[in-house]
Design a protein around this ligand. Structure first.
Ligand SMILES: [Zn+2]
Ligand SMILES: [Zn+2]
Length: 176
């Protein structure tokens, strides 16, 4: 690809075909496939040239694309099956995801989090509006019941013991 540079030495602005742009291993610097050649001074290193405004946007575009591709590459595949290990939830040897849960237990956890209204931990409810969350919770409870499948209640155990009988019964009408 062509990038627009300005030579620090002679001040000439030129387009240079630097070939493919990749990123250095630490993702800090762009690495060019071809050398930068100033039409007057010849070969220049990246320190010997300025990126013009045009060059900057060209480069940003190129490296953004690159990073974006990288992200998609690592995320596009199903996250299950990447790790083989013992599931933290059911102690069975399964392909587990990055939280150490098999697909089934991950589903249980997700439903538990919704039951417990731990919205910020729930993949499905995160960032969803309150009304939507309650709907989601209702759907889960309707389908799978109110009992926690995998986790212990989030409230601290002392409290739950002393307030064991306390049940919230909300007959809240939903406004739409
Ligand atoms: Zn020059
Ligand atoms: Zn499991």
């Amino acid at each position: 690809m062509e990038i627009n540079f300005k030579c620090k030495k002679c001040g000439v602005i030129f387009d240079c075909d630097i070939g493919a742009v990749t990123l250095s291993d630490d993702y800090e610097r762009p690495v060019f496939q071809n050398r930068i050649i100033c039409p007057k001074c010849g070969q220049r290193s990246i320190e010997d040239v300025f990126l013009t405004e045009l060059g900057q946007s060209q480069l940003t575009e190129a490296t953004l694309d690159f990073e974006h591709d990288e992200l998609i590459d690592s995320d596009s595949e199903d996250s299950f099956g990447h790790y083989q290990g013992e599931c933290q939830g059911c102690d069975t040897f399964f392909p587990v995801d990055e939280t150490g849960l098999c697909e089934q237990c991950a589903g249980k956890l997700e439903r538990d989090l919704i039951r417990e209204r731990q919205w910020d931990y729930s993949v499905m409810a995160y960032g969803a509006p309150t009304e939507k969350r309650e709907e989601l919770r209702k759907a889960v409870v309707d389908k799978y019941g109110e009992k926690l499948e995998l986790i212990l209640p989030f409230k601290d155990s002392k409290k739950t013991a002393s307030l064991g009988k306390r049940k919230k019964r909300k007959s809240k009408k939903r406004n739409r």
